[in-house]
Design a protein around this ligand. Structure first.
Ligand SMILES: O=C(O)CCC(=O)C(=O)O
Length: 206
């Protein structure tokens, strides 16, 4: 499985990502695998994403670890279900990671009209590896400059995968505009050094 680094739908023939830390590949899943994953997600207890007083239109469920945007709590969550095991292995291979590092999986359903606003992932997480199902979307990335923003748009075809790390993950914000048909995503995350230290300290105390 050779990953071709792409951005904005343009293949980079030299395999170098045009935005450092961003890589993606299309046709990561077959149509049958996509349908099976969507069927599994139908059995997941998804709940509306909540941020303080605000309820988002997208529905989510965390496995492994969860970050609660209402109170900032970072805690262990339900273990990853078995049906995510082989996907996690393949996602880790794509990202050049060991599967054991991808300890969190966030399953998200975006119904028509739902998207995700500009953000950087929480500092407790490090690598982000996302798989897209259903409606195609555009991952928008932006970084503040002295005069405004630098921007990149990356097409997220259904059944494709992307990896955010380093500069793309830490220095750039990302978001997805609202879509007019349902999209699902499964994002795997590793923990940051900071989170690992926090967990170690907590375990020593208990
Ligand atoms: O749905 C996606 O692929 C992106 C999700 C995302 O940015 C997030 O959960 O922080």
């Amino acid at each position: 499985m050779e990953a071709i680094a792409k951005i904005g739908g343009q293949a980079d023939l030299f395999g170098e990502p045009q935005l450092p830390g961003f890589a993606q590949a299309e046709q990561f899943l077959t149509t049958r695998e996509e349908q099976m994953l969507i069927a599994h997600i139908a059995g997941v207890p998804l709940t509306p994403f909540r941020f303080q007083q605000w309820t988002g239109h997208r529905l989510t469920c965390s496995f492994g670890w969860s970050y609660d945007f209402e109170n900032g709590a970072f805690a262990r969550a339900e273990p990853m279900p078995e049906w995510l095991n082989s996907l996690r292995l393949r996602a880790a291979y794509f990202a050049g990671l060991d599967a054991s590092e991808l300890v969190q999986a966030l399953v998200t359903r975006y119904d028509p009209g739902a998207g995700i606003g500009w953000h950087k992932d929480r500092p407790v997480f490090e690598h982000v590896v996302g798989i897209s199902l259903g409606q195609a979307a555009t991952l928008r990335l932006r970084r503040r400059t002295p005069t405004g923003f630098s921007r990149f748009n990356a097409a997220l075809a259904s059944r494709s995968i992307y990896h955010l790390s380093g500069e793309a993950r830490h220095d750039w914000e990302h978001g997805i505009a609202a879509m007019d048909a349902t999209r699902w995503s499964i994002t795997f995350r590793s923990l940051s050094a900071k989170a690992k230290r926090m967990i170690e300290q907590d375990e020593k105390k208990s």
